[in-house]
Each structure stands twice: as structure tokens, then as C-alpha cells.
Ligand binder design. Structure first.
Ligand code: ITT
Length: 184
């Protein structure tokens, strides 16, 4: 069971896990996130709180965009900054600053007993303008290293070949393959 309010995240993760023969159930709900220094801590804290209400196994993930030239900002504030400044606001902030950046996703899996984490990172840079209508969030301003297009120009399948999220989920799937719950 995957807990997220975000249909795009669900769509991406479903495709990755289905390809490995794992069906996932979407529990569509939003939950409050603490403001902390790292994506790991935020993701773990959310899972801990939800496990009090939801005793069966589930997973969730927290994602942040870390811009080197802004000291890692918006990082743990990615959700708030996207809602307030948006992509245009980020581009204005960056005027003149080289836009090396990375996306980090941390999946936290609650086994019903323990909490396990799987991390994925995608390095790239911030574009000069928003481009593309695929994906969501910061995708139109993020150019993965080795690419000329933004993530906003890539299909879900192409984004999944390289993304922070797919890297984290691939580690999670590897773990599941070695447990008796595989495919459930
Ligand atoms: P949850 O219910 O799963 O928490 P959310 O949309 O609030 O959904 P996050 O807090 O993890 O998710 O996301 C922080 C921000 O980063 C949010 O504004 C997203 O739009 C953006 N974001 C997350 N993953 C992204 C991705 O793969 N590409 C571009 N932007 C992304």
C-alpha cells in the first residue's frame, strides 16, 4: 500500500513496480510533514506517525529538490516553495547563479514492525525557462545530467529510466524480492 496525495507519484511508482510484477494499492491521503534538515528524517517521521493509525505494511516517499548554489534550498521546503514561489520564482531567485541541483527521494517502508528506507538521487541542473508539460512539480525546470531536455519533456516511462524516484523504488523492489511478501 502506497500512501500519497500525489497522483503523479502514484502513476510513476505503479509503472515501476508493475514491471517487477508487484501490484500496489493507492491510499490517497495527505499527511502533515515536519520541517527538518533532511528528506530521510521527514520521510521517517511521516511513516512513524501514520503507523499509529495504519498497522498494516505501507510505504510512502518524500522528495526534495536541492539546488547547490542556494545551499540546498528548497530541499526539505520543496513542497512549500513550490506552492508559494513556483518554478518562475525559483528561476528569479537563481538569476546569475549556476543551477547545479539534484532531486532526492527517500522511500520509507513500514513492514508492520520496522521502518526501512531506500534512497535515490538524480543530478542535473536548473534550466533558464520552464519547458515541457509532462511530469509535475519542478520537472519543467530540471535538466538531468547527460540530457538536453527537462524532465517536463520526458514521458513517465523515460523519466522512470533515470529518476530519483525510480532509483529509490528499484532498491525497495530488490529488497521485496528477497522477502516472502514479494508480489503481494
Ligand atoms: P505526498 O502526499 O506524497 O507528500 P507531495 O506532492 O506533497 O505528495 P513531496 O512533499 O514529496 O510530495 O514533494 C515536495 C515537492 O516537490 C512538491 O511540490 C512536488 O511537486 C515536488 N516534487 C516531488 N517529486 C517531484 C518530481 O519527481 N519531479 C518534480 N517535482 C517533484
Amino acid at each position: 500500500m502506497f500512501i500519497t496525495s500525489n497522483a503523479h507519484k502514484f502513476g510513476e511508482i505503479r509503472e515501476i513496480m508493475n514491471a517487477s510484477g508487484i501490484d500496489i494499492i493507492w491510499k490517497k491521503m495527505s499527511y502533515e510533514e515536519i520541517q527538518e534538515d533532511t528528506t530521510e528524517i521527514i520521510s521517517l517521521d511521516s511513516a512513524r506517525k501514520l503507523s499509529v493509525m495504519i498497522p498494516e505494511p505501507f510505504f510512502l516517499e518524500d522528495t526534495g529538490l536541492y539546488i547547490d548554489g542556494l545551499g540546498g534550498f528548497p530541499g526539505p521546503y520543496s513542497s512549500y516553495v513550490f506552492r508559494t514561489l513556483g518554478n518562475e520564482g525559483i528561476l528569479k531567485l537563481l538569476a546569475g547563479i549556476p543551477g547545479k541541483a539534484s532531486f532526492i527521494t527517500v522511500v520509507t517502508y513500514f513492514t508492520g514492525k520496522d521502518f526501512l528506507q531506500f534512497k535515490g538521487e538524480l543530478k542535473g541542473s536548473i534550466s533558464n525557462n520552464p519547458v515541457g508539460h509532462e511530469g509535475f512539480g519542478y520537472d519543467p525546470i530540471f535538466i538531468p545530467d547527460g540530457y538536453t531536455q527537462t524532465l517536463g519533456e520526458l514521458s513517465v516511462t523515460d523519466k522512470n529510466r533515470i529518476s530519483h524516484r525510480s532509483r529509490a523504488v528499484a532498491k525497495f523492489v530488490e529488497f521485496l524480492k528477497n522477502t516472502e511478501n514479494y508480489g503481494k
